[in-house]
Design a protein around this ligand. Sequence first.
Ligand SMILES: [Fe+2]
Length: 195
Amino acid sequence: MTFISFGNTLVIMNRTEALTLLKEHVKTESLLHHCISTAAVMKGLAAELGEDTEQWELIGILHDIDFEEINEDMSLHGVRGAEILRKSGVSADIADAVRKHNHMLFGGTYTEKVDICLQTADSISGLIIACAKVKGGCVSDVAVKSVVKKYKTPSFAAGCDRNRIASTDSLVAREKMYEIAIREICAVKDELGLS
Ligand SMILES: [Fe+2]
């Protein structure tokens, strides 16, 4: 369960409240979709690993909250996000995961499952959505075997870092992870404008 604080009062933060906070800072539809799809994958991985599905989903929703405010200065990415979250009263656990997810600053240091899974979720979400677009926007038509193939094609969705996708290989079998990512993105397809 995740709390946000107002003064001395702690209240539960839910998915809707996290999306409302995100939308105060992120206006670009594609980035909102990226955050929603990354959150979906995080939720699925948490369930697979017996972790806190609600907390991991919130981390996914909020992980890029600073992206439009850092003016492409990647040395600020995550760090600024954590500041925004702390000022908004979001729990330190969430703020810290957001701070650390910038692999340009913290790559190679991840030992916690949540941090490792966020690396994968952040990158596989884009690959799955790119696969759906090849299928006319139909994510339910994306097959694990086509994700396997597209992963091995570096020019396809080239911005989706294959090394980051592979982060969870020691936690979840790769094809199982693809299956989870497809299933969970499918569950939020309406919010992503997919079918
Ligand atoms: Fe991201």
